[in-house]
Design a protein around this ligand. Structure first.
Ligand code: GAP
Length: 454
């Protein structure tokens, strides 16, 4: 993980947030190459799950919502973690996470605050910071960020930063269904920021307080839920392996047992990834039943029914929710891509991104900065940049430039050399094999299209 964090900073993928002010704990800013990578992940997701499917549409709802939404969704009463303080050094920790390291997730899931406090005592769990065994009782800590809307800071003006994007979909269910006239089963997808005041953020971008989600609420008739749920799990497998090109052996499915289930779910499975620190949740899928729509009917007074055009029957649809963390997916893309080998006598770091994920698709490099080479290379760059994310790079030795683009994961480097001026060919260097071949400048665009699958 340290190698990834260091490469991300060195090469402009991810920087510590507010760094010139000494940072702000556990905030991260995506740099020029990180934002390209992240946008590629989001674009692939949107295309695969929304645009390519006739049964899916998208929305982009507000982060700030009427606070009644969070009463209805159950987040005000149920969206909390067990907080414990070390009485000696005042370290604050999540009681369940303390126990998890000792007993595994199965030993902790769904335990009450009282049970957590007792188990921490029974197992004599030490403070990770000062090693004392002197804990406060576990107490409930709500994870929602609060702020105020408008100029008056009183309770009436209080709003929350959304802790999940899902509710922006549920509250728009009726608007979307009526305007698109979609019939069941159909789904609504959304990509956007979510905020949680996590007690123990950490592991780079794995757990942060501000993050992005890609969520789908897929509406079905109750009788069909199980069959459709299983097809969505298959779609998530496909997205992992085929679309993102991640290794199957680094992924596993884990079912939540009854005690671990969120208040809205009847069946949840997590897609876990083998992170360098441990297996951890990457994505999830929940069967949210008709819980959310029914709750919003109750709290808003609006009917959120669907009229079945064949049976003329009115029903409140049930919902299956495949959910994906953007930042965790980007982290996995970085981890999967990272590799070390050797180039001649030198050790080389190479990011083996699949070309469709790579932040830069190709670099255009004049061998030296004279004899018309920069002129030809610039012209090539100007043409290619209309269709691809490409970089013109003429500083430093050619070897150094190759090394830089290996670390950025640029799949192809086109080098303009002396022969180019004579016969309008360039060398193309393959990032993974480091092999070079000559192709005509006029074929470069087609070459890239074919390699990128576009
Ligand atoms: N609407 C359901 C929901 O929000 P979740 O499992 O709490 O479910 C969904 O979150 C996904 O969001 C997770 O699988 C994870 O990828 C991502 N996620 C959750 N909390 C996160 C955090 N603190 N930092 C980064 N990503 C997070």
């Amino acid at each position: 993980m340290e190698k990834i964090v260091s490469l991300c900073k060195r090469r402009g993928f991810i920087f510590p947030g507010s760094e010139i002010y000494g940072g702000l704990a556990n905030t991260w800013d995506y740099g020029p190459y990180g934002v390209e990578l992240k946008n590629n992940v989001k674009k692939l997701w949107w295309k695969y799950f929304v645009q390519d499917r006739e049964d899916m549409v998208g929305v982009d709802a507000s982060i700030l919502m009427n606070p009644r939404v969070w009463e209805a969704s159950g987040h005000i009463t149920s969206f909390s973690d067990p907080l414990m303080d070390c009485k000696k050094c005042h370290e604050r920790v999540r009681g369940d996470k303390l126990l998890e390291e000792k007993l595994g997730i199965e030993g902790v899931a769904g335990k009450s605050l009282k049970q957590i406090s007792e188990l921490v005592k029974t197992h004599k769990i030490q403070c990770p910071k000062c090693q004392a065994i002197d804990w406060t009782e576990a107490r409930s800590f709500n994870l929602m960020f609060k702020t105020y809307q408008g100029v008056i800071e009183d309770a009436a003006a209080m709003v929350y930063l959304r802790p999940e994007t899902a509710q922006g979909i549920f509250v728009n269910f009726k608007n979307v269904q009526q305007t698109t006239r979609k019939r069941l089963p159909f789904g609504i997808g959304q990509i956007g920021k979510a905020f949680r005041n996590e007690i123990t953020p950490g592991n780079f971008t794995f757990r942060t307080r501000e993050f992005e989600q890609m969520e789908i609420e897929y509406f079905v008739a109750e009788k069909d839920w199980k069959k459709i749920y299983d097809t969505w799990r298959e779609e998530m497998n496909k997205f992992f392996v085929q679309e993102l090109g991640f290794k199957k052996e680094n992924m596993r499915w884990r079912q939540h047992d009854k005690e671990e289930l969120s208040h809205y779910s009847k069946e949840t499975w997590d897609v876990e990834y083998q992170f360098p620190f441990s297996w951890g949740e990457l994505w999830g899928i929940a069967y949210r039943t008709d819980f959310d729509l029914k709750q919003h009917e109750k709290f808003s007074g609006e009917k959120l029914e669907y009229l079945d055009p064949e049976t003329n029957e009115k029903l409140v649809p049930h919902c299956i929710e495949p959910t994906f963390g953007v930042d965790r997916t980007v982290l996995v893309a970085l981890l999967e891509a990272y590799d070390e080998d050797s180039a001649g006598d030198e050790k080389r770091i190479v990011m083996r991104f699949p070309p469709k994920l790579a932040p830069v698709k190709a670099a255009i490099l004049p061998l030296i900065k004279k004899e018309k080479l920069p002129e030809v290379a610039r012209k090539m760059f100007e043409n290619l940049k209309k269709h691809f994310v490409v970089e013109y790079d003429d500083s430093g030795s050619i070897g150094k430039r190759y090394r830089r683009h290996d670390e950025l994961g640029t799949p192809f480097c086109f080098t303009v050399d002396f022969q180019t001026v004579e016969d309008e060919t360039v060398t193309v260097r393959d990032r993974d094999s480091m092999k070079q071949e000559r192709i005509k400048i006029s074929d470069v665009s087609e070459f890239l299209k074919e390699k990128l699958g576009i």
